[in-house]
Design a protein around this ligand. Structure first.
Ligand code: FES
Length: 107
């Protein structure tokens, strides 16, 4: 049950305990985090689940695959070094304390 913190563009923070084995997107939408649309439901074809992984965590996540890298070119908000599709990040105990920044838009 990793604790995840989301930071909104206005600096507001929301944190919750997420179940293991689901995607970061699924956890966030289940908790009602604003700012993640996830239009395609996790199929990695919409880029509306874009997030910025905090700098302290980017190297600790498995690298994105080629399809995710392609889709990150289609995000509405600017792509940054920490950009990821939250539907492609599987939560497990190693992500305890993960910090995620939300972009200012998904469209
Ligand atoms: Fe569509 Fe992640 S939910 S790309």
């Amino acid at each position: 049950m990793p604790d995840i913190t989301f930071i909104h563009p206005d600096g507001r923070e929301e944190g919750f305990e997420a179940p293991e084995g689901v995607s970061l997107m699924q956890a966030a939408t289940s908790y009602g985090i604003d700012g993640i649309v996830a239009e395609c439901g996790g199929s990695a074809i919409c880029a509306t689940c874009h997030v910025y992984i905090d700098d302290a965590w980017t190297a600790r996540l498995p690298a994105p695959d080629a399809n995710e890298l392609d889709m990150l070119d289609a995000t509405a908000a600017e792509r940054r070094a920490g950009s990821r599709l939250s539907c492609q990040i599987r939560l497990d105990a190693s992500l305890q304390g993960l910090v995620v920044h939300l972009p200012d838009r998904q469209y």
